[in-house]
Design a protein. Sequence first.
Length: 75
Amino acid sequence: MALGRLFHYAFDAALLSTVVAGVRRSSGFGPRTESIPDDTMRSIADKYFGFGETVFDMLQATVVNSQYFKRDRKP
């Protein structure tokens, strides 16, 4: 029971980090981790958001090479 809850929370955290990475890529706005005063917490936050960037890159590469997605070119 506790292990399932742990996996659920880990998946939710990864999903949130990936969404933040997508927002940063599409709008340019992202979390300002340099305002975190504690060096350890800042490092953890940077690694957390870096993980989201990695997941976003992998998803984007998968979508680009997939036959189920196409690019919409808007004028």
